[in-house]
Design a protein around this ligand. Structure first.
Ligand code: SF4
Length: 568
């Protein structure tokens, strides 16, 4: 029986409870949503003791199914004011699954200082003082924790941004090399962890656990077919990482450039996946690197500087787009340095890129000037008023600087896709209960045989893919296994093999529908109704010069997605 760990930071009381039998097929986002929506009033302040932080491994975590170690971090977001699921890779989810934990609920608020929640190999829980690591960046925090608890541990931590309760703060997770390079990056959930008084969660690994499986032959056979499919569709991802998208999205006229004023970038070759891969190889870095050992896609890589020293392990497409072309910066080493700083401070790279775009558009710093971006970024851990402003995100900075072109939905910055050239992606950004978030339902050019530049069919496609993404997040499958019908078929077979539950395609779709239904309902009660399912108006007013087209999916159609998931 899976169990739930409850940590009350007000009383410093720790308890464990068995999971409700009705939640048998819920894990990750589905289970965390269920707990949050049942246990908190959506009107609470996100940083108050009444909010809760739920950390839940996907249902398949800890089972030897490839690319399934995804962890859902869920709470009321200090950035959007609504529910937020931020998903992160690395071995943490796998280890929690092996220990039999379905979720960790962190509630209340420590009155004095910061703590480390430590979970031993035997599943015992300790609260250790974090005095010695308070104020440290994520890298130094990890090094200290490895020294104290040994090299076998896996870590979730917050950097100075989380300690300062900034609404763009991340929760960092260590990868298989021990770098805190993976982030539950979106929605400021690092600030919620900071508000509870938790600097780090340490999970002692590597636990060995025999997972019960009712039909091993069926599981083995379905994993074989699934793995073949996943490897086949991810060849580019393995070769260049997610930065393989840089040239592709540029060719599709959707690479945000100069604060979303163009969709193609002159310096695209210098920041392309091909160029980054060349530099990685020249400098002794790593390509085809997995965030945890059980991944067969391996979209991650290790980027070194000119002297061969490690800079970052996760130069992702969305980071390169938002900190590169969006700011007219074509120097990969500077982008990598910004990424390293964001990771160490614990700040969302996409939010920072959009924030800097707005500062550049307002004339506070010039476009193309990476040094100025780094100077502003370095203000954050110092806790200066300017640093706090920059760490408060794009919407706040847009207001303070009187900028009329602020690329946010529900208070959260758009990832690196121009919604006028990728209209399906725009539908997801506008309608997701999470604010603008590509992982909620990515619609890439060519998907569903749709013309990405035309509005036709985009709403229906985005609706279905958002539901399938919620299903992936429930079971803990990485997004790159693809939210496709084939992956859904695999999940149905794996559930039958593991638990003996026979599910139809409709039963599975119902899990996705329930998850999104819960999220929309929470948002509405928190004050985010259907009027928030919109892109910033400038995307409707201004045409993207390369294609002479604006965002033209009707508001009524956008709102039909919420109606569908709310059964209205
Ligand atoms: S595809 Fe990338 S993000 Fe997904 S599990 Fe593998 S390495 Fe991690």
């Amino acid at each position: 029986m899976r169990k739930i760990l409850r940590v009350d930071m007000s009383s410093l009381n720790i308890s464990q409870e068995e999971i409700n039998e009705d939640f048998k097929l819920l894990g990750g986002r589905g289970l965390a949503d269920k707990i949050l929506t049942t246990e908190i009033d959506p009107r609470v302040h996100p940083l108050s003791k009444d909010n809760k932080l739920i950390i839940a491994p996907g249902l398949f975590s800890g089972i030897t199914i490839p690319s399934t170690s995804r962890l859902s971090v869920v709470s009321k977001s200090p950035l959007t004011g609504g529910i937020k699921e931020s998903n992160v890779g690395g071995p943490v989810s796998q280890e929690l699954g092996r220990l039999g934990f379905a979720a960790i609920i962190i509630e209340g608020r420590a009155s004095d200082s910061f703590y480390i929640v430590r979970i031993s190999k035997k599943g015992k829980i300790y609260l250790d003082p974090a005095k010695d690591i308070q104020g440290m960046g994520n890298n130094e925090t990890a090094q200290n924790l490895f020294r104290v608890y040994g090299k076998q541990i896996n870590i979730l931590s917050i950097g100075p941004a989380g300690e300062m309760l900034l609404p763009t703060a991340t929760v960092a997770a260590t990868d298989q090399d021990g770098y805190p390079s993976r982030h539950a990056g979106r929605g400021g959930l690092g600030a919620v962890m900071g508000s509870k008084g938790i600097k780090a969660i340490v999970i002692e690994g590597k636990v060995k656990r025999e997972v019960k499986c009712l039909d091993k032959a069926l599981l083995k056979e379905s994993i074989k077919d699934f793995s073949t499919m996943v490897v086949k569709i991810n060849k580019m991802n393995k070769q260049y990482g997610t930065t393989s998208l840089v040239k592709f999205i540029n060719q599709s006229n959707g690479l945000p450039t100069k604060n979303f004023s163009r969709g193609t970038f002159e310096g695209v070759e210098q920041i392309s996946g091909e160029r980054i891969t060349e530099l990685i190889k020249e400098r002794g870095g790593k390509t085809a690197h997995g965030c945890y050992s059980g991944c067969i896609i391996k979209c991650s890589h290790v980027f070194n500087d000119k002297n061969g020293n490690h800079v970052t392990s996760k130069l992702e497409y969305e980071t390169v787009g938002m900190l590169g072309s969006n700011l007219e910066i074509d120097d990969v080493d500077m982008i990598a340095e910004m990424d390293r700083l964001c990771g160490d401070i614990g700040i969302d790279t996409m939010e920072l890129g959009a924030t800097m775009g707005v500062l550049m558009e307002s004339g506070y710093i010039p476009f193309g000037n990476a040094e100025e971006v780094i100077k502003l970024l370095e203000e954050i851990p110092k806790g200066t008023p300017l640093g706090r402003l920059v760490g408060s995100g794009c919407a706040t900075v847009g207001k303070v600087f009187g900028c009329s072109r602020v690329p946010v939905v529900k208070g959260q910055a758009l990832p690196s896709y121009d919604p006028r050239a990728l209209k399906g992606m725009g539908v997801t950004f506008a309608t997701s209960p999470m604010g603008a978030d590509h992982t909620a339902g990515p619609v890439y050019p060519g998907m569903g045989k749709l013309d990405a530049k035309k509005p036709d069919g985009q709403v229906e496609f985005s609706k279905n893919i958002q539901s399938n993404c919620a299903i992936l997040d429930n079971f803990g499958l990485c997004l790159y296994t693809s939210p496709s019908p084939k992956t859904m078929e695999f999940i149905i077979k794996a559930v039958k093999a593991l638990y003996g539950e026979v599910m139809s395609r409709d039963d599975l779709a119902d899990i996705g529908k329930q998850i999104l239904g819960m999220e929309y309902e929470f948002d509405e009660r928190a004050g985010l109704g259907s009027e928030t399912d919109e892109l910033p108006f400038f995307f409707r007013q201004e045409t993207l010069p390369e294609i002479d087209s604006s965002f033209d999916v009707s508001s009524e159609e956008l709102r039909s997605i919420r109606k569908y998931f709310r059964n209205k």
